[in-house]
Ligand binder design. Structure first.
Ligand SMILES: [Zn+2]
Length: 293
């Protein structure tokens, strides 16, 4: 169990670094989490040695309860849960398939929303995953507040409307999925849609939805390509932008295994008898998937 937790800490930390490398967060803000069973989650915490999301260490990922207390002895010694923990808790409680949650502050998405530009499927094969994610629109939580209690967390989840992503106006986004990698990939796709929309507007154009008949020929390219290969690229890319994919450990974690991407997805379905994987609805993990069936 300890080894598994350490692998999960490394995975969440790596996803934080990917999000930072993609410009989805800036500085010290934003956080990711992964539920480990019905009462515990791993979440990116803060400490007096915190140097920001881009430099997240596995040891920054702490085990906490859904009440925000230490999930095991010493887990919060020297660490503090983020103020916006309720974002993660309320999102996970809203749907058992949401094992992972990313709360990020992507500037382009915030800017597009403030400019009155809705995130829509304005392209197709350019990024099929992103197009499907936006097909039915991306909901907006219209309050710019710090979501620091369960009341506000529930408000945001209500705005999400059961979907995997929500824009928090004047704030950022929340992305939920079965794996931390998927939460970040969804955020990357939304960010690209926002950037393209802003470019079209800047060029004097008007972003428009793709033709309805085109959806039949925008197939699901499969997880091996759309998720696993995409994530391998994100991890490899960390090196290109000067960030290490496996930074020196500061205790409390083991680095991701080289070439072991499929084991790093948070797919740990059999070790927690009370956890989501053994629950009756475990088989509907993809229900929220924005991709075509
Ligand atoms: Zn925030």
């Amino acid at each position: 169990m300890t080894d598994q937790l350490d692998r999960q800490r490394a995975l969440v930390a790596q996803a934080c670094r990917v999000a930072a490398a993609r410009g989805l967060v800036d500085g010290i803000l934003g956080h990711l989490s992964l539920r480990v069973d019905d009462e515990h989650l791993l979440i990116r915490c803060r400490s007096d040695t915190d140097t920001g999301l881009a430099f997240t260490r596995p040891s920054d990922i702490r085990l906490v309860t859904f009440d925000g207390t230490a999930g095991a002895e010493g887990e919060l010694d020297g660490y503090r849960v983020p103020n916006e923990l309720p974002i993660h808790i309320e999102t996970m409680l809203s749907d058992r398939t949401f094992r992972a949650v990313a709360h990020l502050h992507p500037a382009a998405i915030v800017a597009a929303d403030l400019a009155g530009i809705a995130i829509r499927p304005i392209y197709g094969a350019y990024d099929i995953s992103g197009a499907w994610l936006a097909r039915r629109g991306v909901p907006v939580y219209e309050r710019a507040v710090l979501i620091r209690n369960s009341r506000l967390g529930k408000e945001m989840v209500a705005a999400m409307g059961g979907g995997p992503v929500v824009i928090c106006r004047g704030h950022g986004i929340t992305s939920a999925a079965a794996t931390v990698a998927q939460t970040v990939l969804q955020a990357i796709s939304l960010d690209e849609l926002a950037r393209m929309s802003l470019r079209v507007r800047a060029a004097g154009g008007v972003p428009r939805d793709i033709d309805e008949r085109d959806w039949d020929d925008l197939p699901d390219l499969g997880p091996a390509f759309a998720v696993e290969a995409a994530w391998r690229h994100e991890v490899a890319r960390l090196g290109e932008v000067g960030l290490s994919a496996s930074p020196p450990q500061a205790g409390g974690g083991t680095p991701p295994q080289a070439g072991g991407a499929p084991t790093l997805w948070g797919r740990t379905p059999t070790s927690t008898p009370s956890g989501p994987a053994s629950s009756p609805d475990a088989n509907r993990v993809d229900r929220q998937s924005p991709w075509p069936p």
